[in-house]
Design a protein around this ligand. Structure first.
Ligand code: SF4
Length: 296
């Protein structure tokens, strides 16, 4: 029996579907409703593709967008944000500037992730003057417990990737698009990314890296504000200037490259060769050499 949906629920579902479309997810299915099932179960059905992705983050990597190419070239910049002075502006010491951003973040409750089981905010870690920065999607259970990004199995693999590039973890900077763990490792939702990512943009503007590597489709989509499958996103550099922040000290922005999320590579090690190609492109740009075997 068909049931009329409440206008608010209908709007929320439409919004959610639009977000999934932007992520390249188009196919949904719906179970037969039992007469006793509530209207709320309709939204659960629509959310089912997302719950499948929660437990298999690697599936997010190769979501084939049906739109053939980039659909939005530049992130919207809020002129009021640009004009609002930030505490770190004018602070030359990047370590101090990052601390000011962390203080500004405070015990953040700006998005709903603050009340969905996070243990702590995972701000970011590494060299405040790093030439190379990695950006992932959001903290997982290990990161939430330890307060540091990429410390679980995926973090170990990222460490190995960094080492293979001839660098140490302490030499790069690592952060995520959202700083609180999404429940069940689900994909961060658009409103959560939009609320949290300005702080990431400010971190990038302080660090002024030469290269930012987006780990996975969600990070790439949020940094570049474009919607395309990994196969189209990878293999090239983008000119990147953090949205919503003013450049300073003559910094003209970074090059941004996209590669697979280490969690995806753990599930599909056959793609490690492709990820290595992405990293080699970055190494060439930064003039890095892989470590000699005798040095290991
Ligand atoms: S994810 Fe970001 S914006 Fe949301 S509560 Fe955590 S720190 Fe605040």
């Amino acid at each position: 029996m068909a049931q009329a949906l409440d206008a608010d629920l209908r709007r929320a579902l439409a919004e959610r579907l639009r977000y999934y479309h932007e992520l390249g997810i188009y196919d949904f299915y719906r179970r037969e409703l039992q007469v006793t099932e509530s209207v709320a179960s309709v939204s659960a059905d629509v959310a089912e593709p997302a719950s499948a992705l929660r437990s298999q983050p690697e599936l997010r990597e190769e979501m084939a967008a049906r739109k053939p190419a980039v659909v939005a070239a530049v992130a919207e910049e809020n002129i009021f944000d640009l004009l609002t002075p930030k505490p770190e502006q004018g602070v030359v010491d990047s370590n101090r500037a990052l601390k000011l951003i962390r203080e500004d973040l405070g015990d953040c409750m700006r998005c709903k992730l603050h009340k969905q089981g996070r243990k702590q905010i995972v701000f970011g870690v590494g060299n405040p003057r790093a030439e190379l920065m990695f950006v992932g999607e959001g903290p997982g259970a290990d990161e939430d417990a330890q307060g540091e990004p990429f410390v679980g199995r995926a973090g170990q693999l990222l460490n190995n990737m960094i080492k293979a590039m001839g660098l140490r973890r302490e030499e790069v900077y690592i952060a995520n698009v959202v700083k609180c763990r999404p429940p069940g490792n689900r994909t961060p939702e658009r409103d959560e990314c939009e609320t949290c990512s300005p702080f990431l943009m400010r971190q990038i503007a302080v660090i002024k890296p030469k290269v930012v590597v987006a780990l996975g489709a969600v990070a790439a989509k949020n940094l570049l504000a474009i919607n395309a499958p990994m196969s189209e996103l990878r293999g090239r550099f983008y000119d990147f200037m953090p949205a919503g922040v003013r450049s300073s000290d003559g910094w003209l922005g970074a090059k941004l490259a996209v590669t697979y999320h280490p969690a995806f590579l753990l599930r599909d090690p056959r793609q490690k060769g492709e990820a290595w190609k992405d990293l080699q492109m970055v190494m060439k740009y930064l003039g890095l050499e892989p470590p000699k075997k005798t040095e290991e």
